[in-house]
Design a protein around this ligand. Structure first.
Ligand code: BTN
Length: 265
């Protein structure tokens, strides 16, 4: 089904949660499009599509999802954060997405939903959502954040290469979800909790409370040179860094990279 934009407008624009919704049945990438026309995009606009032909993830990886089955959009948010606070927007967005999914699935079967550093959501140990943050007007006090979100909602079949790592709400909860309602809930929660962006320490504490990685043995991959190491996660610092201890007990902090939790069984 294509997106019901009348419903979205009624709940999100009429009530002033959003200033506008730009919808395409098909678009190359909501983030790439938003970056191209960011001068024209007002604060609190979303660029939404039912199908991305060239969606991208972190580190330039493809983000491919089926037509009409998932949530793919970018939220344009003007916000005053210092350069050393920019990571908070990533942690904030993934935390709000966590709250949204938790709320949406409260009547569903037992499940494990966790935040994975730096900003993934795992459901029953598989990735269900990803966030790609672009920032414009970096040197101004008021920065323009392009917050790209991909959430797997009703897709049942994933390409073979990611099948063991990716999942959707439908696959885990065994029912179909209304994509519009998830988006409405996300935008409301995003607007209603914005004060957390000015309370970084509290935000990071909340984020960590929804993550299951501290104290775990993980495989850490540095994406610039592809180096991998088995380490134990000691903490996530308030500046967003992942503090790990290696086999020799040496502690290091990373700001970028990817972890996979090493489960015992
Ligand atoms: C990741 O986990 O690597 C981030 C994935 C982000 C995907 C979303 S879908 C909407 C927006 N447009 C894009 O091209 N990417 C983001």
């Amino acid at each position: 089904m294509i997106m019901n934009t009348n419903l979205l407008s009624k709940y999100l624009v009429d009530s002033k949660y959003l200033s506008g919704i730009i919808y395409f049945e098909e678009l190359y990438s909501t983030n790439a499009y938003s970056k191209k026309i960011y001068h024209e995009l007002k604060d609190n606009t979303i660029v939404l599509t039912s199908y991305q032909t060239n969606g991208t993830g972190r580190f330039g990886r493809p983000w491919q999802t089926n037509r009409n089955e998932n949530l793919t959009f970018s939220l344009i948010k003007d916000y005053g954060l210092r350069i050393d606070e920019i990571h908070l927007m990533n942690f904030y967005t993934s935390y709000i997405l966590y709250l949204t999914l938790n709320e949406t699935s409260k009547d569903c079967s037992e499940h494990d939903l966790y935040l994975k550093w730096p900003n993934d959501l795992l459901l029953n140990r598989k990735k269900i959502a990803g966030i790609l943050l672009d920032v414009k007007d970096m040197n101004s006090d008021m920065k323009k954040f392009i917050i790209g979100i991909g959430l797997n909602v009703n897709q049942e079949i994933f390409p073979e290469d990611i099948n063991s790592k990716a999942t959707s709400m439908k696959n885990e909860f065994k029912c179909e979800f209304m994509i519009e309602m998830i988006l409405i809930n996300f935008i409301k929660l995003f607007n209603e909790n914005l004060c957390l962006l000015n309370q970084g320490d509290i935000l990071m504490k909340l984020w960590k409370s929804k993550s299951n990685v501290i104290g775990k043995k993980v495989k850490f991959k540095q994406l610039d040179d592809g180096r991998e190491a088995e380490v134990v996660v000691m903490d996530i610092d308030n500046d967003g860094g992942l503090i790990v201890s290696d086999v020799s007990g040496k502690t290091c902090k990373f700001y970028s990279g990817e972890i996979s939790i090493l489960y015992d069984e």
